[in-house]
Design a protein around this ligand. Sequence first.
Ligand SMILES: Nc1ncnc2c1ncn2[C@@H]1O[C@H](COP(=O)(O)OP(=O)(O)OP(=O)(O)O)[C@@H](O)[C@H]1O
Ligand SMILES: [Mg+2]
Length: 278
Amino acid sequence: MSEMQSGHIEAREVSIDLGNGKENFRAIDRVSFNIASGEFICLLGPSGCGKSTLLGALAGHIPLAEGCLTLDGKAIIGPSSERGLVFQQHTLFPWKKVVDNVAFGLKMKGIATRERHARANELLKLVGLSGFENKYPVQLSGGMQQRVEIARVLINQPRVLLMDEPFGALDAQTRWVMQQLLLQVWAHIRTTVVFVTHDIDEAIFLADRVLVMSHCPGRIREEMVIPAERARGEQWVTSDAFMHLKRDCLDLMREEHRLGHGAETASELAQQFAGAFI
Ligand SMILES: Nc1ncnc2c1ncn2[C@@H]1O[C@H](COP(=O)(O)OP(=O)(O)OP(=O)(O)O)[C@@H](O)[C@H]1O
Ligand SMILES: [Mg+2]
Protein backbone atom coordinates (compact mmCIF):
# COMPACT_ATOMS: atom_id res chain seq x y z
CA MET A 1 0.00 0.00 0.00
CA SER A 2 1.61 3.22 -1.09
CA GLU A 3 1.47 6.45 0.85
CA MET A 4 -1.27 8.77 -0.21
CA GLN A 5 -0.97 12.46 -0.80
CA SER A 6 -1.98 14.62 2.08
CA GLY A 7 -3.16 18.19 2.19
CA HIS A 8 -2.85 21.13 4.54
CA ILE A 9 -5.90 22.94 5.82
CA GLU A 10 -6.27 26.53 6.84
CA ALA A 11 -9.27 28.03 8.58
CA ARG A 12 -9.26 31.79 8.84
CA GLU A 13 -11.86 33.57 10.96
CA VAL A 14 -14.49 31.02 10.04
CA SER A 15 -18.04 31.71 11.23
CA ILE A 16 -21.03 29.52 10.49
CA ASP A 17 -24.71 30.35 10.99
CA LEU A 18 -27.35 27.66 11.32
CA GLY A 19 -31.15 27.67 11.48
CA ASN A 20 -33.61 29.64 9.40
CA GLY A 21 -35.26 33.02 9.93
CA LYS A 22 -35.79 33.84 13.59
CA GLU A 23 -34.14 30.56 14.56
CA ASN A 24 -30.90 31.66 12.94
CA PHE A 25 -27.90 31.55 15.27
CA ARG A 26 -24.12 31.60 15.15
CA ALA A 27 -22.91 28.04 15.62
CA ILE A 28 -19.22 28.67 14.92
CA ASP A 29 -17.63 31.99 15.72
CA ARG A 30 -14.39 33.24 14.15
CA VAL A 31 -12.45 30.01 14.31
CA SER A 32 -8.91 29.96 12.96
CA PHE A 33 -6.44 27.10 12.76
CA ASN A 34 -3.81 25.52 10.57
CA ILE A 35 -3.47 21.80 10.01
CA ALA A 36 -0.21 20.65 8.50
CA SER A 37 -0.04 18.08 5.75
CA GLY A 38 -0.12 14.59 7.28
CA GLU A 39 -1.09 15.80 10.73
CA PHE A 40 -3.61 13.95 12.91
CA ILE A 41 -5.95 16.44 14.58
CA CYS A 42 -8.73 15.74 17.04
CA LEU A 43 -11.56 18.23 17.51
CA LEU A 44 -12.70 17.72 21.09
CA GLY A 45 -15.65 19.33 22.80
CA PRO A 46 -18.95 18.78 24.56
CA SER A 47 -22.13 17.76 22.78
CA GLY A 48 -23.61 20.59 20.75
CA CYS A 49 -20.46 22.75 20.64
CA GLY A 50 -20.31 22.63 16.85
CA LYS A 51 -17.82 19.86 16.07
CA SER A 52 -19.96 18.25 13.37
CA THR A 53 -20.79 21.66 11.98
CA LEU A 54 -17.13 22.53 11.60
CA LEU A 55 -16.38 19.13 10.08
CA GLY A 56 -19.35 19.57 7.74
CA ALA A 57 -17.83 22.84 6.56
CA LEU A 58 -14.51 21.08 5.92
CA ALA A 59 -16.41 18.44 3.97
CA GLY A 60 -17.98 21.23 1.92
CA HIS A 61 -21.52 20.44 3.02
CA ILE A 62 -22.10 23.52 5.16
CA PRO A 63 -21.52 27.05 3.86
CA LEU A 64 -19.59 29.68 5.82
CA ALA A 65 -21.14 32.94 6.95
CA GLU A 66 -17.71 34.57 7.10
CA GLY A 67 -14.04 33.74 6.76
CA CYS A 68 -12.41 31.15 4.60
CA LEU A 69 -11.45 27.49 4.63
CA THR A 70 -8.79 26.19 2.29
CA LEU A 71 -7.20 22.88 1.37
CA ASP A 72 -3.73 23.33 -0.11
CA GLY A 73 -4.53 27.00 -0.62
CA LYS A 74 -7.74 26.37 -2.57
CA ALA A 75 -11.07 27.46 -1.07
CA ILE A 76 -13.35 24.61 0.00
CA ILE A 77 -16.65 25.35 -1.69
CA GLY A 78 -18.35 21.97 -1.99
CA PRO A 79 -17.99 18.23 -1.38
CA SER A 80 -15.15 16.37 -3.06
CA SER A 81 -13.67 12.88 -2.88
CA GLU A 82 -10.32 14.52 -2.04
CA ARG A 83 -11.91 15.00 1.41
CA GLY A 84 -13.21 11.60 2.58
CA LEU A 85 -15.87 11.52 5.28
CA VAL A 86 -16.51 8.71 7.78
CA PHE A 87 -19.51 8.97 10.12
CA GLN A 88 -20.67 7.11 13.19
CA GLN A 89 -23.63 5.58 11.39
CA HIS A 90 -23.14 3.15 8.56
CA THR A 91 -23.57 4.27 5.00
CA LEU A 92 -22.77 0.97 3.28
CA PHE A 93 -25.00 -0.37 0.54
CA PRO A 94 -26.67 -3.42 2.14
CA TRP A 95 -27.25 -5.12 -1.22
CA LYS A 96 -23.61 -4.91 -2.29
CA LYS A 97 -20.84 -7.27 -1.23
CA VAL A 98 -18.06 -5.84 0.94
CA VAL A 99 -15.62 -5.69 -1.99
CA ASP A 100 -18.14 -3.82 -4.14
CA ASN A 101 -18.92 -1.41 -1.35
CA VAL A 102 -15.23 -0.59 -1.05
CA ALA A 103 -14.73 -0.41 -4.81
CA PHE A 104 -17.76 1.82 -5.39
CA GLY A 105 -15.79 5.07 -5.72
CA LEU A 106 -13.68 3.52 -8.48
CA LYS A 107 -16.77 2.24 -10.27
CA MET A 108 -18.02 5.82 -10.36
CA LYS A 109 -14.73 6.78 -12.02
CA GLY A 110 -15.26 4.10 -14.69
CA ILE A 111 -12.40 1.85 -13.59
CA ALA A 112 -12.69 -1.79 -14.75
CA THR A 113 -13.89 -4.47 -12.33
CA ARG A 114 -10.61 -6.36 -12.13
CA GLU A 115 -8.57 -3.29 -11.21
CA ARG A 116 -11.09 -1.91 -8.76
CA HIS A 117 -11.41 -5.26 -7.01
CA ALA A 118 -7.62 -5.54 -6.78
CA ARG A 119 -7.43 -2.11 -5.14
CA ALA A 120 -10.39 -2.84 -2.87
CA ASN A 121 -8.79 -6.09 -1.74
CA GLU A 122 -5.55 -4.27 -0.96
CA LEU A 123 -7.46 -1.85 1.28
CA LEU A 124 -9.48 -4.64 2.88
CA LYS A 125 -6.18 -6.26 3.80
CA LEU A 126 -4.97 -2.96 5.27
CA VAL A 127 -8.02 -2.76 7.56
CA GLY A 128 -7.75 -6.44 8.52
CA LEU A 129 -10.69 -7.76 6.53
CA SER A 130 -9.08 -10.16 4.09
CA GLY A 131 -11.41 -13.09 3.60
CA PHE A 132 -14.57 -11.00 4.01
CA GLU A 133 -14.66 -9.63 0.46
CA ASN A 134 -17.75 -11.57 -0.55
CA LYS A 135 -19.80 -11.03 2.60
CA TYR A 136 -22.67 -8.57 2.80
CA PRO A 137 -22.59 -5.74 5.38
CA VAL A 138 -25.31 -7.38 7.49
CA GLN A 139 -23.00 -10.37 7.98
CA LEU A 140 -20.37 -8.17 9.66
CA SER A 141 -20.10 -6.81 13.21
CA GLY A 142 -20.32 -3.07 13.87
CA GLY A 143 -16.54 -2.75 14.12
CA MET A 144 -16.03 -4.66 10.87
CA GLN A 145 -18.57 -2.47 9.10
CA GLN A 146 -16.65 0.57 10.27
CA ARG A 147 -13.47 -0.93 8.78
CA VAL A 148 -15.30 -1.26 5.48
CA GLU A 149 -16.40 2.39 5.75
CA ILE A 150 -12.78 3.46 6.20
CA ALA A 151 -11.59 1.33 3.26
CA ARG A 152 -14.40 2.68 1.13
CA VAL A 153 -13.33 6.27 1.73
CA LEU A 154 -9.61 5.53 1.34
CA ILE A 155 -10.08 4.03 -2.11
CA ASN A 156 -10.61 7.57 -3.42
CA GLN A 157 -7.14 8.45 -2.11
CA PRO A 158 -8.36 11.49 -0.21
CA ARG A 159 -5.86 14.12 0.82
CA VAL A 160 -7.85 14.59 4.01
CA LEU A 161 -9.78 12.07 6.07
CA LEU A 162 -12.66 13.64 8.02
CA MET A 163 -14.08 11.44 10.78
CA ASP A 164 -17.13 12.31 12.88
CA GLU A 165 -17.18 10.16 16.03
CA PRO A 166 -16.62 7.12 13.82
CA PHE A 167 -16.33 4.72 16.76
CA GLY A 168 -19.04 6.33 18.90
CA ALA A 169 -21.52 3.50 18.46
CA LEU A 170 -19.07 0.70 19.28
CA ASP A 171 -18.57 -1.02 22.61
CA ALA A 172 -15.49 -0.03 24.61
CA GLN A 173 -13.39 -3.04 23.63
CA THR A 174 -14.12 -2.78 19.91
CA ARG A 175 -13.56 0.93 20.08
CA TRP A 176 -10.09 0.43 21.52
CA VAL A 177 -9.27 -2.11 18.80
CA MET A 178 -10.50 0.32 16.15
CA GLN A 179 -8.48 3.23 17.55
CA GLN A 180 -5.33 1.13 17.33
CA LEU A 181 -6.24 -0.08 13.86
CA LEU A 182 -6.81 3.48 12.69
CA LEU A 183 -3.32 4.48 13.82
CA GLN A 184 -1.83 1.47 12.03
CA VAL A 185 -3.67 2.38 8.84
CA TRP A 186 -2.67 6.00 9.18
CA ALA A 187 1.00 5.01 9.63
CA HIS A 188 0.73 3.56 6.11
CA ILE A 189 -1.23 6.24 4.35
CA ARG A 190 -0.16 9.35 6.26
CA THR A 191 -3.06 11.37 4.99
CA THR A 192 -4.20 14.41 7.01
CA VAL A 193 -6.88 13.41 9.54
CA VAL A 194 -9.47 15.57 11.30
CA PHE A 195 -11.19 13.37 13.86
CA VAL A 196 -14.16 14.60 15.91
CA THR A 197 -14.75 13.17 19.36
CA HIS A 198 -16.10 14.09 22.76
CA ASP A 199 -13.97 11.40 24.39
CA ILE A 200 -10.85 12.83 26.01
CA ASP A 201 -8.98 9.49 26.08
CA GLU A 202 -9.66 8.91 22.41
CA ALA A 203 -8.36 12.37 21.50
CA ILE A 204 -5.17 12.07 23.54
CA PHE A 205 -4.50 8.57 22.26
CA LEU A 206 -4.92 9.44 18.59
CA ALA A 207 -3.92 13.01 17.94
CA ASP A 208 -0.76 14.94 17.24
CA ARG A 209 -2.71 17.96 18.38
CA VAL A 210 -6.10 18.35 20.08
CA LEU A 211 -8.20 21.41 19.36
CA VAL A 212 -10.48 21.85 22.34
CA MET A 213 -13.71 23.59 21.45
CA SER A 214 -15.89 25.77 23.61
CA HIS A 215 -19.63 25.91 23.63
CA CYS A 216 -22.17 28.30 22.16
CA PRO A 217 -20.98 29.70 19.91
CA GLY A 218 -18.32 27.17 19.01
CA ARG A 219 -14.77 28.43 19.25
CA ILE A 220 -11.35 26.86 19.57
CA ARG A 221 -10.60 27.34 23.20
CA GLU A 222 -7.21 25.71 23.47
CA GLU A 223 -4.74 23.77 21.45
CA MET A 224 -2.97 20.86 23.13
CA VAL A 225 0.09 19.34 21.54
CA ILE A 226 0.34 15.62 22.27
CA PRO A 227 4.07 14.97 22.41
CA ALA A 228 4.00 11.15 22.49
CA GLU A 229 6.03 9.21 19.96
CA ARG A 230 4.47 7.05 17.28
CA ALA A 231 3.70 4.19 17.20
CA ARG A 232 1.42 4.44 20.20
CA GLY A 233 -0.13 1.58 22.09
CA GLU A 234 -1.15 0.51 25.53
CA GLN A 235 2.03 1.88 27.10
CA TRP A 236 0.97 5.39 26.02
CA VAL A 237 -2.52 5.29 27.52
CA THR A 238 -1.20 4.00 30.83
CA SER A 239 1.69 6.47 31.07
CA ASP A 240 2.01 9.36 33.54
CA ALA A 241 2.28 11.80 30.64
CA PHE A 242 -1.09 10.62 29.30
CA MET A 243 -2.69 11.05 32.72
CA HIS A 244 -1.28 14.58 33.03
CA LEU A 245 -2.67 15.58 29.66
CA LYS A 246 -6.01 14.04 30.57
CA ARG A 247 -6.07 15.96 33.82
CA ASP A 248 -5.32 19.24 31.99
CA CYS A 249 -8.04 18.45 29.51
CA LEU A 250 -10.56 17.69 32.22
CA ASP A 251 -9.72 20.96 33.97
CA LEU A 252 -10.36 22.78 30.73
CA MET A 253 -13.63 20.99 30.21
CA ARG A 254 -14.73 21.61 33.77
CA GLU A 255 -14.03 25.31 33.39
CA GLU A 256 -15.81 25.34 30.07
CA HIS A 257 -18.78 23.56 31.57
CA ARG A 258 -18.94 26.08 34.41
CA LEU A 259 -18.82 29.00 31.99
CA GLY A 260 -21.42 27.46 29.73
CA HIS A 261 -23.89 26.08 32.23
CA GLY A 262 -23.31 27.89 35.51
CA ALA A 263 -23.23 24.64 37.47
CA GLU A 264 -21.12 21.58 37.54
CA THR A 265 -21.27 18.19 39.16
CA ALA A 266 -18.97 15.25 38.72
CA SER A 267 -21.76 13.05 37.41
CA GLU A 268 -22.84 15.66 34.83
CA LEU A 269 -19.30 15.91 33.58
CA ALA A 270 -18.92 12.16 33.52
CA GLN A 271 -22.06 11.92 31.45
CA GLN A 272 -20.97 14.57 29.05
CA PHE A 273 -17.53 13.16 28.47
CA ALA A 274 -18.49 9.55 28.49
CA GLY A 275 -15.80 7.32 29.86
CA ALA A 276 -13.32 10.13 30.28
CA PHE A 277 -13.94 11.17 33.85
CA ILE A 278 -11.50 10.07 36.51
N1 LIG B 1 -29.27 21.98 10.72
C1 LIG B 1 -29.33 22.60 11.90
N2 LIG B 1 -30.20 23.61 12.11
C2 LIG B 1 -30.24 24.24 13.29
N3 LIG B 1 -29.44 23.98 14.32
C3 LIG B 1 -28.54 23.00 14.18
C4 LIG B 1 -28.43 22.25 12.96
N4 LIG B 1 -27.44 21.33 13.11
C5 LIG B 1 -26.97 21.50 14.36
N5 LIG B 1 -27.61 22.49 15.01
C6 LIG B 1 -27.30 23.01 16.36
O1 LIG B 1 -26.02 23.61 16.25
C7 LIG B 1 -25.21 23.35 17.39
C8 LIG B 1 -23.96 22.60 16.98
O2 LIG B 1 -24.33 21.28 16.53
P1 LIG B 1 -23.27 20.17 16.13
O3 LIG B 1 -24.07 19.03 15.63
O4 LIG B 1 -22.25 20.75 15.23
O5 LIG B 1 -22.62 19.83 17.54
P2 LIG B 1 -21.62 18.65 17.94
O6 LIG B 1 -20.50 19.29 18.69
O7 LIG B 1 -21.28 17.84 16.76
O8 LIG B 1 -22.50 17.78 18.95
P3 LIG B 1 -22.50 16.18 19.23
O9 LIG B 1 -21.28 15.91 20.08
O10 LIG B 1 -23.76 15.98 20.01
O11 LIG B 1 -22.50 15.47 17.92
C9 LIG B 1 -26.11 22.58 18.34
O12 LIG B 1 -26.65 23.52 19.24
C10 LIG B 1 -27.17 21.98 17.45
O13 LIG B 1 -28.37 21.83 18.18
MG1 LIG C 1 -21.65 15.85 16.20
